[in-house]
Design a protein around this ligand. Structure first.
Ligand SMILES: [Fe+2]
Ligand SMILES: [Fe+2]
Length: 386
C-alpha cells in the first residue's frame, strides 16, 4: 500500500455468520455463529420494549421508567459518577456543489441517495441543539462512534473537525471511524490526519512512529477515572451498495492484548466500535465481517460494555457468552430528523461509579423532543458489573 493512503482492510473471505439462523428481533434465541466449526455459541437477547412488560436479561437492567418530560430539566446522574456522553453517526454532509471529479464511483451513488432520501433524514439544526445540551450536561468525556462524514470528502472531514472542536479538546473527545468515513479510498493527509488527535491513544499507549493508516492508529486506549475506553476501527472502503465493516487480524490481536492488560489493571472496560458486534442487528450488507473473530476475543478476555453506532437505532442488547454477559448499547444518529422512538436524534449519558464490589453503571438517553424543541431525558437503565 502506498504511503499517504488510507489503510484498507479487505476481508479475504465471505463472513461465516449465518444470519438466517438469528432469531427475529423481538425474540430471544441461541445462535450458532459458526456452523462449519461448531466452536462456540452466541446468544443474542434483545430488550423487550417497555410496553410489552418486564425487564430482560441476566444483567438485571433496572428500568426506572424515566420518560422524557418536555421542558423538565434535571440532571441525569449524580455528582460522584464519572460521566461521559456517547454520540454517533452525525453524517456531516457537504452542502455545497461537489466537483464531478470527486463524485466518481461509489460517491456518486451516495450523493444521489443523499439528495433523494437522506438529506430529509438529517437535521443540521440538531448540531446546535446538541451543543447547547452538552454544555448543560457537561460530560467529562465524549465518545463518537463513527460516520462523522457522509462521503468521506476532505471538506466533510474538515467540517467534522470543526464540529469535534466545538465538542471539546482532543483529550476530552474520542473518535472511532465508521464506514462512511472510509466510503472510498482517500488521501490519508486530506482526511483522517485532520482527526488524528481525536482518535489516538493516550501517549503511554500510542503507537510509536508515524501513523499512516487506521491500522497504525487502532485499537486505541484512553484511561479516565478507572475507566478504559478502547476504540477499534471497522472502517474500510467497500463495494457500491455495501456498508460492511471489518476489524482485521492485526487489530484483533492488539485488542486481545489491550483487553488482557486492562483487565489485570481492574479497569471498567468500554469497547467503542462503529458496526454492531452482534450479527443480525443490521443486514448482511451492512454487517461486521469478522464478528465471529471479535466474539472469540471477547469471550476470552471480556469487556464490560460495548457502545456502537451504524444501525441508527436506540437499542439495548446483551451479548451472552458461557463465561460472561456483556451489555451492548446502540445509538441513533445524533443528527436524525426522524421522529420514531428508535431513530429520533439522541445520545447517551453514561455514569460509571466504582462501588465496593465492582461498578455501578447508569445509562440515560437524551432525546430530541419536537414539542419542547430541545433534548430531554429519555429512558434510563442501570446495571452492576462485579
Ligand atoms: Fe451511519
Ligand atoms: Fe455506518
Amino acid at each position: 500500500m502506498a504511503a499517504g493512503r488510507v489503510s484498507v482492510f479487505r476481508p479475504k473471505r465471505l463472513p461465516k455468520v449465518r444470519l438466517g439462523m438469528f432469531s427475529p428481533p423481538d425474540e430471544r434465541g441461541g445462535v450458532d455463529l459458526s456452523a462449519e466449526r461448531q466452536t462456540y455459541k452466541m446468544s443474542v437477547y434483545k430488550a423487550i420494549p417497555e410496553q410489552h412488560g418486564s425487564a430482560m436479561t441476566s444483567l438485571d437492567f433496572d428500568r426506572t421508567g424515566r420518560r422524557g418530560k418536555d421542558g423538565l430539566e434535571r440532571p441525569l446522574l449524580g455528582d460522584r459518577q464519572w460521566v461521559f456522553a456517547h454520540l454517533s453517526d452525525p453524517h456531516i454532509a457537504c452542502a455545497d456543489r461537489i466537483p464531478w471529479r470527486d463524485l466518481l464511483g461509489k460517491r456518486l451513488l451516495g450523493r444521489l441517495r443523499w439528495i433523494l432520501y437522506r438529506r430529509i433524514g438529517y437535521s443540521a439544526e440538531m448540531f446546535s441543539l446538541l451543543q447547547d445540551d452538552l454544555r448543560r450536561i457537561r460530560p467529562q468525556q465524549t465518545v463518537v462512534t463513527g460516520d462523522l462524514t457522509h462521503l468521506s470528502l476532505p471538506t466533510e472531514f474538515e467540517a467534522a473537525r470543526q464540529w469535534l472542536t466545538s465538542l471539546g479538546a482532543p483529550t476530552e473527545v474520542m473518535v472511532v471511524p465508521g464506514n462512511h468515513d472510509a466510503y472510498v479510498e482517500t488521501d490519508w493527509e486530506q482526511t483522517f490526519v485532520r482527526w488524528l488527535d481525536y482518535m489516538v491513544s493516550d501517549p503511554p499507549y500510542r503507537e510509536q512512529g508515524s501513523l499512516q493508516g487506521l491500522d497504525d492508529v487502532f485499537p486505541t486506549l484512553r484511561i479516565r477515572s478507572g475507566v478504559a475506553l478502547i476504540g477499534v476501527s471497522t472502517a474500510h472502503p467497500s463495494a457500491p451498495f455495501s456498508a460492511v465493516g471489518g476489524i482485521g487480524a492485526s487489530q484483533l490481536e492488539k485488542l486481545a492484548a489491550l483487553l488482557q492488560k486492562t483487565a489485570a489493571q481492574r479497569l471498567f472496560r468500554i469497547l467503542l466500535i462503529h458496526h454492531p458486534p452482534i450479527p443480525g442487528v443490521v443486514s448482511r450488507r451492512k454487517g461486521l465481517t469478522d464478528a465471529e473473530e471479535l466474539y472469540s476475543v471477547l469471550s476470552r478476555f471480556g469487556t464490560d460494555l460495548i457502545l456502537h453506532g451504524h444501525a441508527h437505532k436506540n437499542k439495548y442488547y446483551t451479548l451472552k457468552m458461557e463465561s460472561r454477559s456483556i451489555p451492548v448499547i446502540g445509538a441513533a444518529s445524533v443528527s436524525s430528523a426522524e421522529r420514531s422512538r428508535e431513530r429520533v436524534a439522541s445520545y447517551s449519558v453514561v455514569g460509571v461509579t466504582s462501588s465496593g464490589d465492582g461498578w455501578d453503571v447508569r445509562i440515560g438517553r437524551r432525546v430530541y423532543s419536537p414539542r419542547a424543541g430541545h433534548f430531554v431525558d429519555g429512558e434510563e437503565r442501570r446495571f452492576h458489573v462485579p
